[in-house]
Write a protein of this length. Structure first.
Length: 256
């Protein structure tokens, strides 16, 4: 997990005045406020970037100094990055409870990676009592925002019946979504589903294809899956699977 550099505005709204007799004054005030807010956001963004550069260079003291006030002002990105520092013990004493607190603040604002990290803390019982149902909740919120790692973890939970009823079809759904983003572990697991006909019709060609693609993306178990099932396939089936894999890569894993 690495530090993220997105920094949304700290302020999202202005009070709209409706008194007609004060329109001119209101327009002037709104313009002044907008200029001030814009200046504050530019300054905050610069401070965030300074912290990000420092963290990526291993200067965690500077990152802590720059991000702490931004996190206190409600920046989800700063809250997430500080949470990561406390989880890993980068420049601070490792403190899972503080990491959870910061992840939660960011997650409640819809920060997808913070939602995923909060899910992993509940999944593993780090800083909070282990609770797979709560982990599932946060994984789902992150997955629905398109975060591939959360989609993969959600697939695993449905495959194994962790916190939910075991449902291979739903596991396949989430594996496919993560696979379309190039997530190798999901591609390997999707291959096994085709190999054993779990949640999908058994299809050695598709199993070989996804195992091959997962292997291309660095997943060793994908290579093992491909090689194991190649022994049960005809040369024509192997050629078809290799052709489909090439086409899938060209399509960037979409519609495979």
């Amino acid at each position: 997990m690495s530090f993220l550099g997105d920094f949304p505005p700290l302020h999202n709204s202005l009070i709209v005045w409706h008194n007609a007799r004060m329109r001119k004054l209101t327009a002037t005030l709104c313009l002044t406020i907008a200029v001030l807010l814009g200046s504050m956001e530019m300054s905050a963004s610069a401070d965030f970037q300074k912290g990000l550069t420092a963290a990526r260079n291993g200067d965690f003291a500077t990152a802590l100094r720059e991000w702490t006030p931004l996190a206190e002002q409600g920046s989800a990105s700063a809250q997430y990055n500080l949470g990561l520092m406390y989880q890993k013990g980068d420049g601070v004493s490792q403190d899972y409870a503080t990491a959870v607190k910061l992840y939660r603040l960011a997650a409640q604002q819809g920060h997808a990676v913070a939602q995923f990290n909060l899910g992993t803390m509940y999944d593993r019982g780090l800083g909070v009592p282990q609770n797979v149902k709560t982990a599932l909740k946060w994984y789902r919120l992150s997955a629905e925002k398109g975060y591939a790692k959360a989609q993969y973890n959600l697939g695993v939970m449905y495959e194994n019946g962790q916190g939910v009823l075991q449902k291979y079809e739903t596991a396949v759904k989430w594996y496919k979504l993560a696979s379309e983003q190039g997530y190798a572990k999901a591609q390997g697991n999707l291959g096994t589903k085709y190999a054993f006909g779990l949640g999908v019709l058994k299809d050695y060609i598709r199993a070989h294809m996804w195992g091959n693609i997962a292997s291309m993306n660095g997943h060793q178990l994908g290579a093992k899956l491909r090689d194991d099932f190649e022994k049960k396939m005809t040369p024509a089936q192997i050629a078809e699977a290799q052709k489909l894999a090439r086409e899938c890569v060209r399509k960037e894993y979409k519609g495979c």
